[in-house]
Write a protein that binds this ligand. Structure first.
Ligand code: ADP
Ligand code: MG
Length: 320
């Protein structure tokens, strides 16, 4: 099997069939009909073997995650995901692996109504780069730079489960049988909060998705918005599975510094809190207020109820 048979077999009909795709996989470039009155949102994520995953990880889960992490960035921008491209580099053609990986990409792309419209296939150390594009009504994209002093800080879902899932997969932490599947799924098959991101367009002052962990990710909002934040660790949303599986200090540390939750972090002005509760309750994702935006630019204050919470952050930096 050569490169072109490979593309035809595994990547030429991936995801939803979108009517706005005039030419998809197979030409020198994809041709897409872009909707009037909208802005295009573009994002890229790379996953490298040995850095983001292990070569023997479940390929279906890898395909799923590659799409999800990209779509999650679009969700954080308030965009509707639409088109994907995939640059795939691998040491050899392994059909069993490709079948499972492309199935993971396919089912996840379809789930988010995205179509794979192109890419590149090369030989080399295993890595994937996906680009995702989406649409947002003109001027309505969410950003990291709009947080205002006094805003309430919210997160969706629960935090820390994915980081525990990684430890579980690596055999570094035990989890009871009851919670095993949930915790592992949260790491291997995360969800992107797409509908919610779009619903936040007229509500949130700022938003981002949580990929590296709350403690380090929120700093981006603080810097780009020139504000500070105060967060109460007692308010961090922790799943029952996480609470049952570790002591409180570990749970807080996973929720603050564990990556790959792909939940949304956003800030809302006082007068929008009512709309938030009313409009977003049908979305089926929990929303938790964890603190407030403050005027001390760049400063993140952690509290444990009324007390100060002393915390030694651990985060991952590629070139630290
Ligand atoms: P070119 O040489 O013009 O860049 P290629 O021969 O590399 O094109 O690719 C042929 C077609 O297959 C193009 O439409 C390209 O976008 C698509 N393609 C290549 N690799 C992938 C992939 N991994 N997934 C999806 N589409 C791909
Ligand atoms: Mg070409």
């Amino acid at each position: 099997m050569g490169e072109f048979e490979l593309i035809a077999e595994y990547f030429s009909a991936v995801g939803a069939r979108r009517r706005d795709v005039i030419t998809g996989v197979g030409d020198d470039g994809a041709v897409i009909q872009v909707r009037d009155g909208h802005d295009l949102v573009v994002t890229t994520d790379t996953m490298v073997s040995g850095t983001h995953f292990f070569a023997n990880d479940d390929p279906r889960a890898l395909g799923h995650k590659l799409v999800t992490v990209n779509v999650s960035d679009l969700a954080a921008m308030g965009a509707e995901p639409a088109w994907l491209s995939l640059a795939l580099t691998m040491p050899e053609i392994n059909q069993t692996w490709l079948k499972a990986f492309s199935a993971g990409v396919n089912e996840t792309a379809e789930y988010y109504n995205c179509q794979l419209v192109g890419g590149d296939t090369t030989r080399g150390p295993l890595s994937f780069t996906m680009m995702a594009k989406g649409l947002v009504p003109r001027g309505k994209a969410l950003s990291r730079s709009g947080a205002k002093v006094g805003d309430y800080i919210y997160v969706t879902g629960t935090l820390g489960d994915a980081a525990l899932g990684l430890k579980l997969q690596q055999g570094l932490h035990q989890v009871s049988k009851k919670h095993h599947t949930h915790i592992l799924q949260r790491f291997q098959f995360p969800s992107a909060r797409v509908a919610l991101g779009q619903a936040l367009r007229n509500i949130a002052n700022s938003a981002m998705d949580l990929s590296d962990g709350l403690y380090s990710d929120i700093q981006h909002i603080l810097h780009r918005s020139s504000v500070g934040a105060s967060i109460d660790v007692q308010k961090l949303p922790l799943s029952q599975a996480l609470k049952d599986s570790c002591d409180t200090a570990t749970a807080y540390s996973l929720a603050l510094s564990g990556g790959e939750d792909y939940e949304l972090l956003f800030t809302v002005a006082e007068n929008k809190r009512g709309s938030l509760d009313v409009l977003l309750s049908p979305y089926g994702v929990g929303l938790t207020c964890i603190g407030r935006i403050t005027g001390v630019a760049g400063k993140l204050e952690l509290k444990n109820g009324d007390q100060q919470f002393h915390y030694q952050p651990q985060g991952f930096k590629h070139f630290a």
